[in-house]
Design a protein around this ligand. Structure first.
Ligand code: 7RM
Length: 632
């Protein structure tokens, strides 16, 4: 079987095969890889545990499948094409051969500083090639990497380090982001005051600013790389050994460490990358995500590199030093596949067409979207002005927990339908259920989106707390993986994702748990109680609206700013509420539950039908909240 899908009938055929005989289907795809030991069983699973094993008994190293497997044909091909924050600085081309040598060198560094198979290593780095090298070297020595987005605060970083008891942090001196230079090393220093498991910090020099280096703990990347051999024998990993942990927000408590395993993740990210983007050997592919998110893991690093692609890595932001920066890079590198988020599209749309006109976007063959539902207006703007009406737009629905793209058009193969993620990839069995968990069969149905059967890159556990994994994803609808999203299957059988049905808000494509933001707000000494909801936001998709009860309400403006700042400090700028409204009380049911439905309506200024408020303990408070909101 040629596993590259080429036509719609081809897709249908592959899809049917993947459902009828999943093991044969995935076994054939997996057979292109280098295995140190073959598998005994392709799939064994139950969703009750959950206990899911793909390619059990096999041994491999994912980096051997990028390097040793591909070097004979790809040595001189550019693996990573790096573009700096500042367009006047030099971009960098790193070939597969060079990336291999750098990865080996850094693998030797990790081992010489005591990192062993199974150890957890935190990567808190800017979007520089060393971040990719860090991930690959961890994978090569069998360490479990956990990349933490470099915009998170010291507290958020410390929480993640402590949860997985990491022994090492890889970071940089500073992080150029647009006009800003964020002192990441200083953030690490602060975090480590509360994170005693970390024994070593390796600091990559990027900005050259002065940083404090703590003797015996902190070492410079360039110092330790010097003189290291560029050869390294990859550590043998079991198929089900963990490859990485990535923390993500849910509807309750602190972020969970989503754990992905080695073999299944490898097979699925490779396969989905190739098919969704229809990558051809000479193409230049660019995904604008940050490696701190799953999109960066699966579709900047692992998927593209496993497919032998040239993957562009961009250090900066879409609007610096001008709002044509993305289009400038597409022109500069003659990008073929471009993959970004609706929030970026909407932000750039607001600048009009002038920033686009100086650049040629003629190289583009595929444009993609990920992270949140893309509204029809943004879809059309993107399709018309960036794709020039000729590029298929792949609206890719997936999650940190799914590891790879689940529902998406295949570029140029699946007929495009605006704002529809469309059809499941081979191997993916989505079902829509009602509140009781009854499957809604047929077309023209709407409900909660579940997946009925395992795919190779499905979440295996949440780090250190398997029960939480079961409760979060496998208990709501027993026997199925529950996504937390609502979805509709239209009259053609195409899926449209409607957004979260739980207490998770999607801010600029980033997941934030309302409980997590509330916990941060409650750290402010004057706060008694708070409730956070999402509301429609033109650029961010959803904004964060906080209703807060305070001890005193003397200087409301000052208090609101202080509360926003508290959240920024505890979680990071991405979690900062857009609106803080100080309220005299929160609408509660007789059992003491906050009625978020009402708060959501107030936050979205949709006061037409407040629904039934008679069961409230304190119905009078609703009027006061509405009055307060109008003043806001
Ligand atoms: C890849 C990623 C996951 C949540 C998910 C959805 C939302 C992502 C789309 C989407 C509609 C899309 N991982 N989401 N992609 N909604 N259409 N194409 O974003 O773990 O950070 O977020 O994002 O709600 O559950 S994530």
């Amino acid at each position: 079987m040629n596993h590259r899908i080429k036509t719609l009938s081809n897709y249908i055929h592959h899809y049917e095969k993947s459902i009828q005989d999943p093991e044969a289907f995935w076994g054939e795809i997996a057979s292109i890889f280098q295995w140190k030991k073959p598998w005994k069983k392709i799939l064994s699973w139950n969703f009750e545990g959950p206990d899911i094993k793909w390619f059990d008994g096999a041994q491999l190293n994912i980096t051997e499948n990028i390097f040793e497997r591909l070097l004979p044909t790809h040595a001189e091909k550019t693996a990573i094409l790096w573009e700096p924050n500042n367009p006047n600085d030099k971009s960098q081309k790193i070939t597969y051969q060079e990336l291999f040598h750098l990865t080996c060198q850094f693998s030797n560094v990790l081992e010489s500083h005591g990192v062993k198979k199974g150890d957890r290593v935190i990567i808190y780095m800017p979007m520089i090639p060393e971040a990719a090298i860090a991930m690959l070297a961890c994978a090569r020595v069998g360490a479990i990497h956990s990349v933490v987005f470099a915009g998170f605060s010291a507290t958020a970083l410390a929480d993640r380090i402590n949860d997985c008891k990491a022994k090492m942090v890889l970071t940089a001196d500073g992080n150029y982001r647009g006009a800003k230079n964020i002192p990441v090393k200083a953030v690490v220093d602060e975090a480590l005051e509360k994170a005693p498991s970390v024994k070593k910090v390796i600091v990559c020099q990027r900005t050259g600013e002065t940083v404090i280096m703590i003797p015996d703990r902190d070492i410079w990347w360039h110092d330790v790389m010097e003189g290291q051999s560029n050869q390294h024998a990859a550590v043998s990993m079991d198929a089900e050994d963990s490859l990485f942990i990535l923390y993500t927000s849910g509807s309750t408590g602190k972020p969970k460490g989503v754990v992905h395993s080695t073999a299944g993740y490898m097979v699925y990210t490779y396969y989905s990358f190739l098919n969704v983007f229809q990558y051809n050997p000479t193409d230049i592919y660019w995904c604008t995500a940050d490696i701190g998110w799953i999109t960066g893991h699966s579709y900047i690093i692992y998927g593209p590199l496993l497919a032998g692609a040239t993957s562009v890595m961009f250090e900066g932001v879409p609007t610096y030093p001008h709002p044509g920066r993305f289009w400038e890079i597409i022109d500069k590198f003659k990008i073929n596949q471009f993959y970004t988020a609706p929030t970026a599209i909407r932000a750039l749309q607001a600048y009009g067409l002038d920033p686009i006109t100086p650049y040629s976007l003629a190289s583009l063959t595929v444009i993609g979207s990920v992270g949140e539902p893309i509204n029809e207006e943004a879809w059309h703007w993107y399709h018309t002005n960036i794709g020039k009406g000729k590029c298929p737009l792949v609206d890719t629905w997936w999650q940190t927990e799914t590891g790879g793209i689940m529902i998406s058009p295949l570029a140029g193969i699946t007929p495009n339908k605006p704002a529809h993620a469309s059809l499941p990839l081979p191997g993916i069995q989505p079902v829509i259920v009602d509140a009781e968990g009854n499957e809604l069969k047929g077309n023209n149905v709407e409900g909660n989106l579940c997946i009925a059967f395992p795919w190779p890159s499905i979440i295996r556990t949440t780090y250190g707390d398997h029960k939480r994994c079961k409760e979060t994803y496998f208990s709501t609808y027993p026997g199925m993986y529950f996504t937390g999203d609502g979805a509709k299957r239209d009259h053609d059988g195409y899926f449209r994702i409607l957004g979260r049905v739980d207490d998770v808000i999607n801010v600029s494509g980033h997941r934030m748990g309302t409980a997590e933001v509330e916990n941060a707000i409650n750290e402010h000494p004057k706060v008694i109680e708070s409730a956070v909801v999402g509301y429609p936001h033109d650029i961010k998709g959803q904004g964060i609206y906080a209703f807060v009860i305070c001890e005193s309400s003397d200087d409301i403006a000052k208090l609101s700013e202080e509360i926003k700042d508290t959240v920024r400090k505890i979680i990071g700028p991405i979690a900062k509420p857009d609106v803080v409204q100080i309220v005299p009380g929160l609408p509660k049911t007789r059992s003491g539950k906050i009625m978020r439905r009402i708060l959501r309506k107030v936050a979205s200024q949709d006061l037409s039908n407040m629904g039934d408020t008679s069961t409230l303990l304190n119905p009078e408070v609703v009027e006061e909240i509405i009055k307060g909101a109008q003043k806001n």
